[in-house]
Design a protein around this ligand. Structure first.
Ligand code: SDX
Length: 428
């Protein structure tokens, strides 16, 4: 770390407060404000718009340039040249696997793809119309009840097997949730299939006949997993880190990440985009929708647009849009929502409101159109996001544990009543 200093002069303080400045490999310098409380001050940054919560080596985003790097590799190259499991290996280990390492990792992951029969019974407690994200939240947390003898978070072997279990079981848990919602029997994984094909088999196969996974669909789904794999300290990853900082077991930390991801401002936006496009219904309605999005008095927002960090194109949205065109053409699917989405993007990007506020399509804007084209039902969209993000959540959890992170405990700006005494009931 450099020995540069920031000096904070505060009215009423005789001396400026000296704070350390740290320089990253990439991105803005950070001012370490850890000592401020010793000087009687807190920083205040609701939503953490200017706050670094940790040091990490996993992912870097340059929001102004629309750059996303995973361990230094651009997302465009990873999406074009790698599989999701190779990207998961990269996020977890810091390097892309060679052929032998990749084969060993893939085999280790597939060996944990089944879930216990007792956990499969959990789903019978859900109504048929329970949202799959509600089911996923429940069963991921419940996993810890089956492995309580392997939850020493400081034991490297426990960390690794738990990481492999979660990465391997998420597709199985997701597919069981889907089958439960349509009243079909859940299939057991087939480990001769690759990770993503196994998921699609469990989603669409039935015990009554052989099901062959379409390679076009498998490649598209694998790329969608890659595009969702990690995104530095987003809300759900920060939730995983905060839960992990208390020493909670990784199953419950990942369950906390699933819960945080569900919000429509975060991972729930992909489902909300499709609802929005269906509500628009026709290209002729696009102008009025854009007008609503700009109206300060209207809470409506263009779902799939805008981002806390990207003030340029979200590079994932660019790859997703290309994949959209490829998949719909390969499958011979025409979806009017795609034309509406493209027209919406075209109009918004020429509009001063969106240009001034630097609002561009994000990862969620086109993903739903591909998912629908490959037969994923709307209420499973955020589950797919959670599947892809599991690799990132696990990489950050492992990084945090390895660094011995202190428990996360923010302070506050208290504006409630000053100390006062309770009056007897008769005087209230
Ligand atoms: C994800 O953090 C991550 O990395 C997340 C993610 C990941 O991979 O983990 O990338 C995944 O969550 C993508 C985002 C998915 N959410 C949506 O698409 C929902 C729609 N977008 C937003 O609600 C919003 O853009 C956020 C939540 C994504 C970002 O919100 P910020 O950074 O807090 O910005 P803001 O809400 O303060 O908006 C800034 C201004 C506001 O106007 P002013 O008050 O300054 O006048 O831009 C406006 C907003 O009203 N604005 C929008 C808008 N998004 C922001 N106006 C219309 N439509 C929108 N979509």
């Amino acid at each position: 770390m450099s020995d540069r200093k920031a000096r904070l002069s505060i009215d009423g303080c005789t001396q400026p407060i000296e704070l350390a400045v740290h320089s990253p490999t990439l991105g803005p310098d950070v001012i370490d404000v850890g000592d401020l409380s010793g000087h009687g001050f807190f920083t205040h940054d609701p939503g953490f718009t200017s706050t670094s919560s940790c040091e990490s080596k996993i992912t870097y985003i340059d929001g102004d340039k629309g750059v996303l790097l995973h361990r230094g590799y651009p997302i465009e190259q990873l999406a074009a040249q790698c599989s999701y499991l190779e990207v998961a290996y990269l996020l977890l280990n810091g390097e892309l696997p060679n052929a032998a390492q990749g084969a060993e990792f893939s085999s280790a992951i597939s060996r944990h793809s089944m879930v216990t029969e007792w956990l499969r019974d959990f789903y019978n407690g859900f109504r048929y119309d329970a949202h799959p994200m509600a089911m996923l939240c429940g069963v991921v947390g419940a996993l810890s009840s089956f492995y309580h003898d392997l939850l020493d978070i400081h034991d490297a072997e426990h960390q690794q097997i738990t990481t492999h279990r979660l990465l391997s079981k998420m597709p199985t848990l997701a597919a069981i949730a889907y089958k439960h919602s349509i009243g079909q029997p859940a299939l057991y994984p087939r480990n001769e299939l690759d990770y993503t094909s196994n998921f699609l088999y469990m989603m669409y196969g039935t015990p009554c006949e052989t099901y062959e996974v379409d390679p076009v669909v498998a490649r598209a789904m694998d790329r969608i997993f890659i595009l969702h794999a990690d995104h530095e300290q987003n809300a759900s990853t920060s939730t995983v880190r905060l839960a992990g900082s208390t020493g909670a077991n990784p199953f419950t930390c990942i369950a906390a990440g699933v819960a945080a991801l569900w919000g429509p401002s975060h991972g729930g936006a992909n489902e909300a985009v499709i609802h929005m496009l269906e509500e628009i219904g026709d290209i002729k309605n696009v102008d009025s929708v854009v007008a609503r999005a700009k109206d300060k008095d209207d809470p409506f927002r263009l779902m799939g647009f805008g981002h806390r960090v990207y003030k340029n194109f979200d590079p994932r949205a660019t790859v997703m849009k290309q994949t959209c065109d490829e998949v719909l053409e390969a499958l011979g699917v025409s979806d009017p929502s795609l034309e509406i989405a493209k027209r919406l993007e075209e109009i918004a990007l020429e509009d001063d409101y969106f240009i001034e506020k630097k609002l561009y399509p994000n990862v969620d804007f086109y993903s739903g159109i591909i998912l629908r084209a490959i037969g994923i039902p709307l209420n499973m969209f955020t589950v797919i996001f959670a599947l892809g993000r599991t690799a990132g959540w696990l990489a950050h959890w492992n990084e945090m544990i390895a660094e011995g992170s202190k428990i996360g405990r923010p302070r506050q700006l208290y504006t409630g009543p000053a100390k006062r005494d309770v009056k007897p009931l008769g005087e209230r």
